[in-house]
Design a protein around this ligand. Sequence first.
Ligand code: SAM
Length: 296
Amino acid sequence: MQRLTDIGVIKDIMERYGFRFSKGLGQNFLINPSVCPKIAEMGNARKDFGIIEIGTGFGVLTAELAQRAGKVVAVEIDNRLMPVLNETLSGYDNVKIIYDDILKVDLDRIIREEFEGLSVAVCANLPYYLTSPIIMRLLELRLPIKSITVMVQKEAAKRLCASLGTRDAGAITVAINYFADAKMLFSVSRGSFMPMPKVDSCVIRLDIKDKTPKGVKDEDFFFKTVKAAFTQRRKTLANSVSSSMGLPKDMVSDIIRDSGIDVSVRPEQMSMDDFIRFSNLLISSGICTLPENSCF
Ligand code: SAM
């Protein structure tokens, strides 16, 4: 088996296949041999699990996952990697690669067709330009998965794992807290990648909750409210929501007060319960259905 973290092996593959890294696809491949085994072990890669991997690169993490999991299905957008992966993963009969965009594939179908009888988890060294869209998609689809273990940029990890009510919290923090329990696992220095990125990274795990919070009247509207609240994150909730939803500020302020929240609150100071009460009242107040407004 080739050591895919070995720079000599990587250069040899690049030369033989005429492969060049694509910056646009976020191709920073792992060359630190201690990282992939840790992601696999902490990411639920076990015989009773099927793993969805996002972005194989040359297959360095894929191989570690395949050695431990029942099955691995990896989605990779760059089909220039096809001949490389045919070589580097040829020793594994429990790996399937789908050459497609992770934001477009039918993940529900993949899980139904490929992982019968297995629990399912996601593991990846994410292409950083798509961190939020990928995580949001995985959560909003309400897939039957147990966990999402991903490498992301350190700054993104802080926001993704922030507690609500703190300065690092953003709209995605609320979404993550709604669907999962987030945990920082370990840091990875920029020198662990080829080519070397400008920033350090962090591996995080999201353990999907069995139940989402109670009492949300309309889930779509709840997430619209959260996004509107954080559109101007350093402004007050009243200012941000009224300007991004096109609602009269005095009416929004009344609804904030009626929700039992201080009218000068900033979105980053709010708890999950605050967001739920506010979005429920916003919808039941009827102001969003006035023809001149743009809540929906
Ligand atoms: N897993 C490899 C590793 O750790 O060395 C590669 C990780 S690299 C940071 C990200 C990978 O995601 C690249 O192989 C890239 O081609 C792939 N990728 C980028 N955009 C993608 C998309 N929309 N769908 C699927 N894969 C994507």
